[in-house]
Design a binder for this molecule. Sequence first.
Ligand code: IFM
Length: 442
Amino acid sequence: MSTAPFIWGAGTAAFQIEGATRIDGRGESIWDRFAAGAGNVANGDTGDPACEHYFRWREDIDLMAELRLQGYRFSVSWPRVQPAGRGPVNPKGLDFYRRLAEGLRERGIQPLATLYHWDLPQALQDEGGWAQRDVVERYAEYARLVLDGLDGLVEDWITHNEPWVTSFLGYAQGIKAPGLRDWAAGVRAAHHALLAHGVVVRDFRAAGRAGRIGITLDLTVARPATQSAEDIAAAERLDGHHNRWFLDALLRGAYPGDMLELYERETGPLDAIAPGDLETIAQPLDFLGVNFYRPNLVAADVSPVLGLREVEQDAEVTAMDWPVVPEALTELLLRIKRDYGDLPLLITENGAAFQDRLDDGEVDDERRVAYLRAHIAAVERARAQGVDVRGYYVWSLLDNFEWEWGYEQRFGIVYVDYATQRRIPKSSALWYRDLIARRNGG
Ligand code: IFM
């Protein structure tokens, strides 16, 4: 097991908790626009009020300190810092993150900041968003503003959260903002997100910035429903689409040949991939962030592009209908080490939504406690087998805006009563606090 200090933390993202979408010069984001569209988000929910964290951040960091969190992962809202996605910084937006980072440091909580967690300025989407190449330069400019602005306050940076979601769910499948259904745009968006990552990491090193920088991927374990050659091939395709497309590009400097072929069959030549791009993408990383929720069981099918369908698993499911299979997390971590070598990993998200009930001022979320206990044990099993995991961040600190599900799904270890904005630590928060104390000899 690595002897590097291990960070126990929790995570959130700007659009999911901040609210205040029209305050202090914040620009419109693709999620404001998408949520305003009829039928896109459950119950017509939007980014307001969310958790009003923009106003209640002091109370929230006090709560983190009470829970003895050692690290807090948050994201910076691009349209708050640079409202139209180009041009000068919006000082009020940047100041918010400066105060937040200062407050965290004062409480001994290590900030881990994500530069992009899905809230692209709408003005850039009007020019094509992640599907057009100029976004790479726009993102590099935005990143410089944030890295300069938080210099000395934040040492750990994540370029993107889950570029698979940004690109394929946003541009190819239309489930998330901007809601496009165009596979060619999806593949271009994935490539530009990776390229933008590479440019920012390269600039980070060239500027001699102190600190560490990496990227967070949402990775899965793709399993075939049967041992038929067709289902095994379907699982291989899902693995290629969800995992290898990103891992191979970032860590091997090449897209997987089977996926290039599969996408090109759908989209025609992938002209967006220019000579030299993959060298830029494959910058050495200080760490890889891994988000894990569940494995996928798949069978071959006639569905477009990937030719597969998801099959129900013989496992307990969460409120999202996601199967609870903690051993898949150990398998995933061992697989990263086996296939991509030793690199420091952070579990940047792991958690579950359940139908929590506020009962007599308490939320007894024992199923979440069981989920977290089992997944943390799965991480510790991987560490015992030599995987260099440096931290674990529960998703999420607070109940929040769960994208197309709105406020219907609760992932928090802290309950948010949206009517009053009262925060109530659930049993899982208290359990996690005690686990952190035990792991630190307390
Ligand atoms: O809430 C999201 C988060 O924004 C990104 N990863 C998955 C979480 C749960 O769906």
